[in-house]
Ligand binder design. Sequence first.
Ligand code: B12
Ligand code: SF4
Length: 438
Amino acid sequence: MGRVLLISANREHFPEAVFPLGVAYVASSLAREDMEVRIFDAGISRFHVQSLRKALRAFVPDLVGLSLRNIDNAAYPCTRYYGDGYVALMNTVRSVSSAPVVLGGPAFSIFSNDLMKMLGADRGVIGDGEDALLSLCKGGQGAVLPSRPSDLSEVEFPRNIQSVFPAFRHYRTIGVQTRRGCPHRCVYCTYPDLEGGKIRVRPAEAVAGEIAFLLREHDKGDFFIVDSTFNADEAHMERVCRAILAKRLRVRFSCYLTPAMSNLSLFRLLSEAGCVAVDFGADSGSDEMLGSLGKGFTVRDIHRVSAACREAGIDFCHSLIFGGPGERKETVEETVRLMDLLKPTAVVAMTGIRIYPGTEMQRLALREGVISAGEGLLRPRFYFHGEDQGLLRMITGVAAARTNWFLPGRRDWSSALGPRLLRLVHRSGPLWRTFRQP
Ligand code: B12
Ligand code: SF4
């Protein structure tokens, strides 16, 4: 199989069109073995069905890889489901090409059985795609391949990105991954299953080298570190920051951090390395709720990291989830009080928890009769403790009275002008950085 067309199926533009990093890493591993690879990005093609047909006819691939990042926007009540669009893409591929189709990507890894059936694909890869797709191209067997190699030293950005993916230039912020895996088990989270429970790191030098390449060869200076939490291994985060500093790279980046941070002096180092914005997965401002969500930190940790971040001059956002097991009016009020006290640059609040297969949340939802045994979760289902409408009204009221609160699920942002206009002014970094602090 010498010619591979990788299709990024993601067409979600909220909060921004996301650079298809997983597809780029997979493309790089194939290109290293002298395969001819092209990336087609359905997200930034205006007439994507026609353009895909054209790309398939021009390139005539021996194999098509379809990357499925999201299946829905995981937001309530304005939920968007993308499955129908993926069926249409698959039909387009089949109508033009007889090449086998391999599925991959996070949404596929979570819902492999459902998506294999729904899309009628030939093969699939659960987890890391680099080695697995290469092995399939070389005649490897198996319909759905699980893959989680421990050595990430060969993961790299394609050196020939412009020929593999000419539309690359449209992206201003580029993702960078420094490690995979999460050792925690928060009740709702898919990441330990997606990436494995063991932390697997890329060499810090390789990460800094990738950033240097993108900056110097392609003039890209804005990055998002896509690790589930950059500080899950603080020593590794420190090595990456020092490697960036050693190369004297003048870049800006943002990242997700867990409030469970032991060495607070690392915030200064983060800032020196170019970190301008941090998204804390705080989830709640109530110790009771943090316990029931299975978070490994307390409200005290949220206080500590907020203060340290402010002192280091880094903008920060707290991402919250309301409606978890045991949520009450009092726990919501506790959370709101904490946010009012800490005054983060932004608060991004979700109401209701997207139930994913294999999680503790799914088991709890089954026990409480929120979902029934055998019920599929491909079409999104949400968990609420108690009544959803009352909680929604309460959170909506809280957000309306504050300039720094944002509710992704409260309206359908796909066609909203607001985020687009903000993007015209602030071309890079998380959208929440543009919010006005209270
Ligand atoms: C970072 C991140 C973000 C950042 C992205 C920043 C940026 N500029 O890149 C931000 C904050 C913007 C974001 C937003 C959203 N996100 Co997000 N995000 C992630 C996260 C943590 C990492 C994604 C990533 O880049 N991984 C690194 C790359 C290298 O890995 P990868 O894409 O998985 O690719 C590997 C494999 O999947 C595989 N692979 C990929 N493609 C292919 C193709 C083939 C053929 C093969 C064989 C293999 C293969 O090989 C790759 C290399 O090993 C994932 C969770 C996770 N751990 O995956 C959630 C995740 C993808 N996000 C999710 C969601 C829901 C969203 C939002 C809709 C949330 C919202 N309501 O706003 C938006 C959508 C944004 C958009 N426009 O698409 C969900 C999707 C699940 C679902 N319900 O559909 C995930 C899985 C988290 C979760 N809840 O479980 N996100
Ligand atoms: S929410 Fe964060 S810390 Fe918890 S399991 Fe998921 S990735 Fe790990």
